[in-house]
Design a protein around this ligand. Structure first.
Ligand code: PLP
Length: 409
């Protein structure tokens, strides 16, 4: 946190993609929940790696390999600090949130979810934190049980407490809902579950770009996120875990790097974190994510949070006065995503007309089909905000919606 004077213009200038016309109008990017845009420093870090020191990491006998390894492992340290992890060995590289959850389901799940036992997930989870547990449940004869929601779209806390029966072995929760933007009370829920001996996984995909994460304060067993939702590249993500759990888990994939010794008589495995990192890793992805964390650390977090809260309040306020607009989800604490419907118009038609005006939103079920069924809808229009958005972007959205109404209603 170095710069206390939050200046939106200089911040936007760091994101070259924002400065362009789309379909004849200046781009308004309201799809950061799907992926965030990348600052120049992240793009430069990746270019520098390829132009200056491209090399495979670890065990290299030359200077380029040393430089690549140092940058690669420095990024792990940065992620460890970002999450307030006790040790950097607890940070494992994955392809993203989805692969991190699948890793836990395969490696931990295989030996910890016996037949007849239960995995609890909230009804608003992303498919990434439903389907891996369902596959595991199918293999083990176990069950995935959803925690119901309140009419506001929040996780029903009374129902949750009642569901914490002795046969529950896992609680998987998103920190922030990607469809509704609701910030879930994960610390409280994790504490309740841990008190009953239940293992907990928090999906931080939508949280990491919006507030400070402290895995020790959260008290969870696993925390997962994707680099591309945190101003970093695609194809890189993080599985953070409690050291004892990770040490006890079998490898997820076999190959080079994850071994200690290999022979036809038997193979022994490497220690953390390498035991879970078979094969050549996504080196430029890791280096890009390290640069993204440097970028986040360079921001005045308080000023950025205030800017984002101001934008969300402005958006919610403006939406309330639009005739025919129904807000979907009314969480008390909402960040990033804002979902809505326009009476008489299909979300995908609205999305198309907004795109014609240079306004990028996302429409559909947002990989949360069970949530959509729960709300009795097939999808929403979702505008999602990040640090580089402005009130002007929101004004453009609402002007665009008025045009959509003229075409569609
Ligand atoms: N969980 C949540 C809450 C998400 O929003 C997403 C992506 O939108 C994912 C998981 C999956 O992330 P990825 O596709 O980067 O693996």
């Amino acid at each position: 946190m170095s710069d206390n004077s939050f200046n939106i213009e200089s911040l936007r200038a760091q994101f070259p993609i924002l400065n362009q016309q789309v379909n004849g109008a200046p781009l308004v990017y309201l799809d950061s929940a799907a992926t965030t845009q990348k600052p120049q420093c992240v793009i430069d870090a990746i270019t520098d790696y390829y132009t200056g020191y491209n090399s495979n990491v670890h065990r290299g006998a030359h200077s380029l390999a040393d430089k690549a390894t140092i940058a690669f492992e420095a990024a792990r340290e940065k992620v460890a600090k970002f999450l307030n992890s006790p040790k950097s060995e607890q940070v494992l590289w994955t392809r993203g949130t989805t692969e991190a959850i699948n890793l836990v389901a395969h490696s931990w799940g295989n030996s910890h979810i016996p037949e007849g036992e239960v995995m609890l997930v909230s009804a608003l989870e992303n498919h990434a934190s439903i389907v891996p547990w369902q596959i595991l449940a199918e293999q083990k004869g176990a069950k995935v049980v959803p925690i119901p929601l309140t009419p506001n779209g929040d996780i029903d806390q009374n129902a949750f407490t009642e569901l914490l029966t002795p046969n529950v072995k896992l609680l998987a929760l998103s920190h922030v809902s990607n469809a509704l933007g609701s910030v879930n009370p994960v610390a409280k829920m994790v504490a309740e579950a841990k008190a009953k001996g239940i293992t907990t996984l928090v999906d931080g995909a939508q949280a990491v770009a919006h507030f400070t994460i402290d895995v020790q304060a959260l008290g969870c067993d696993f925390y997962v996120f994707s680099g591309h939702k945190l101003f970093g590249p695609t194809g890189i993500g993080v599985l953070w875990g409690q050291e004892a759990l990770l040490n006890a888990m079998p490898p997820y994939q076999g190959g080079g790097e994850m071994i200690d010794t290999v022979s036809f008589e038997g193979t022994t495995f490497n220690g953390l974190p390498f035991k879970f990192e078979a094969g050549t890793p996504h080196i430029e992805g890791v280096i890009g994510l390290g640069a993204a964390i440097d970028f986040v650390n360079s921001l005045d977090h308080k000023a950025v949070a205030q800017h984002e809260a101001d934008l969300m309040a402005y958006l919610i306020d403006k939406a309330a006065s639009v005739e025919g607009l129904t807000r979907i989800g009314h969480a008390e604490h909402q960040v990033g995503a804002f979902s809505f419907l326009l009476e008489g118009a299909h979300p995908s038609d609205v999305g198309m007309i907004l795109d014609q005006q240079g306004i990028a939103v996302r429409t559909g079920h947002h990989c949360t089909q069970p949530l959509m069924s729960y709300l009795n809808i097939t999808g929403t229009i979702r505008a999602s905000l990040s640090i580089y958005n402005t009130r002007d972007d929101i004004d453009r959205l609402f002007a665009g919606l008025e045009k959509a109404k003229l075409f569609l209603l």
